[in-house]
Design a protein around this ligand. Structure first.
Ligand SMILES: NC(=O)c1ccc[n+]([C@@H]2O[C@H](COP(=O)([O-])OP(=O)(O)OC[C@H]3O[C@@H](n4cnc5c(N)ncnc54)[C@H](O)[C@@H]3O)[C@@H](O)[C@H]2O)c1
Length: 342
């Protein structure tokens, strides 16, 4: 078991939505945390600065604000901190933006992740945990999505770069015996969330009485995962360190553990698919105001539904996400009103 008091965790992406929440949870448990974030301007940098400023209030938190592609700085930060565990969350995120600026995804996600893996190898960390996405399930239609099924049909460069990081992670786990867990997150939402994501945009649009775009005429389903549940899942997976099996027979049914490497992929999702229009209604109810709905066709590269099988997470950690979406929406709206003083 990992002891928080003696464990140093390097988290990339701490000024981001999920990294911020994870750092807060770990600091509360007594871990020492170093954050690494390039403060990119993909969305409002002030939100990132606020998140980092909050984390810096804790004396066990330090940070380096630099890009992953800057290997010299990343290496120096990692060497100075000497992490026991690395959680790699920094990335160029967002499905839709990857159609506009695919190169940003190659730079941050492929080159950046390779640099993080090099640092993890140099420090022989006890566990490397890295973010992938439910988008890697791409055109799969068998639901809920399980980790043991093939995910070879990414529909966007975002999904393709994340799939690439899974493959890269597997190779380093195999070559250097680097215990590696890849998470596939499903539509994460909650306070301090991302302005480019649906909940944020819908809340803003409803408050400002501007139309909100609803794709595929609302025929969309998402496995919305509340951020506190998600970071709890990440934390519990620290202790589920993958071990290279002696033979294929040692791999439990439903476990994505590689037969040749200390490597596995784990879904973190609520395991409940919610209709987008029900989600919009929950926001309307919370705000006491109706949305002006702008129904749109399906966007290129988008998928109509995502739905996680969360059985593997549960069997590894005994935990499964549980916040109902109405409760999560309530907490988001409360935060939004407070943050923007509305
Ligand atoms: N939020 C979701 O619903 C979701 C779903 C699936 C997967 N993910 C993955 O989870 C991770 C965290 O996502 P998030 O929602 O917190 O996103 P986010 O954009 O809020 O956070 C990512 C952080 O990484 C930093 N960053 C981006 N490119 C960088 C680079 N090249 N060098 C250094 N820092 C860089 C950004 O400044 C940002 O603070 C990402 O890997 C994302 O792909 C998120």
């Amino acid at each position: 078991m990992i002891d928080p008091k003696t464990t140093r965790v390097l988290i990339t992406g701490t000024a981001g939505f999920i990294g911020f929440h994870l750092a807060r949870l770990l600091l509360a448990e007594g871990f020492t945390v170093h954050g690494y974030d390039g403060m990119t301007d993909y969305y409002d940098v002030r939100l990132k600065q606020r998140r980092h400023a909050m984390l810096r209030q804790n004396q066990r938190f330090t940070a380096t604000e630099a890009m992953l592609e800057d290997m010299d700085t990343l290496r120096a930060a990692t060497d100075a901190f000497a992490p026991d565990v690395i959680v790699h969350l920094a990335a160029q995120a967002g499905v839709r933006y990857s159609l506009e600026n695919p190169r940003a995804y190659i730079d941050a996600n492929v080159v950046g992740t390779f640099n993080v893996m090099e640092c993890a190898r140099a420090h022989a960390v006890r566990h490397l945990l890295m973010a992938s996405t439910s988008s890697v399930y791409g055109a799969n239609t068998d639901m809920p999505f399980t980790e043991v099924e093939k995910a070879d049909t990414p529909l966007t460069i975002y999904a393709a770069t994340k799939k690439a990081t899974e493959a890269m992670g597997h190779s380093y786990a195999h070559l250097y015996d680097l215990p590696t867990t890849m998470f596939r997150f499903f539509t994460v939402y909650g306070p301090w969330g991302r302005p480019d994501m649906a909940l944020f945009k819908f809340t803003k649009g409803i408050i400002e009485r501007t139309p909100i775009d609803i794709y595929n005429n609302g025929e969309m389903w998402r496995d919305f995962t509340y951020v506190d549940d998600l970071v709890r899942g990440i934390r519990l997976l620290f202790d589920a360190v993958p071990v290279r099996p002696d033979s294929v027979e040692d791999i439990a049914p439903g476990d994505s553990l590689s037969p040749v490497a200390p490597f596995r992929v784990v879904n973190i999702g609520n395991s409940d698919k919610v209709r987008l229009l029900d989600f919009v209604e929950a926001i309307e109810d919370e705000l006491g105001q109706k949305a002006i709905r702008n129904y749109m066709p399906m966007q290129t590269g988008d998928v109509p539904a995502t739905w996680a099988d969360a059985q593997l997470l549960q069997s590894l950690t005994g935990y499964r996400p549980q916040t109902p979406f109405r409760e999560g929406v309530r907490r988001f709206v409360e935060w939004y009103r407070d943050y923007y003083q509305i």
